[in-house]
Write a protein of this length. Structure first.
Length: 69
């Protein structure tokens, strides 16, 4: 996961994240909420983290929910 952290560092000013945990309420034990003013920054961040080694090994992701506020 350190590679994910390094990949995300350039986006810390544009994209804010909240790491959540769950206790069997959904398919996975944790989730990440990302907030940003420009959806393109969100797209770039997700795209870049897809090429991390951890994504290749543990790349089973749950659903993505995207919305505007």
């Amino acid at each position: 996961m350190f590679e994910h952290i390094d990949t995300g560092k350039p986006y810390t000013e544009q994209v804010k994240s909240i790491i959540k945990g769950s206790v069997g309420f959904d398919d996975y034990e944790c989730g990440v909420s990302l907030f940003c003013a420009d959806a393109l920054q969100f797209k770039k961040l997700i795209y870049e983290t897809r090429f991390d080694e951890v994504s290749a090994v543990y790349g089973i992701c749950g659903s993505f929910y995207i919305g505007n506020l």
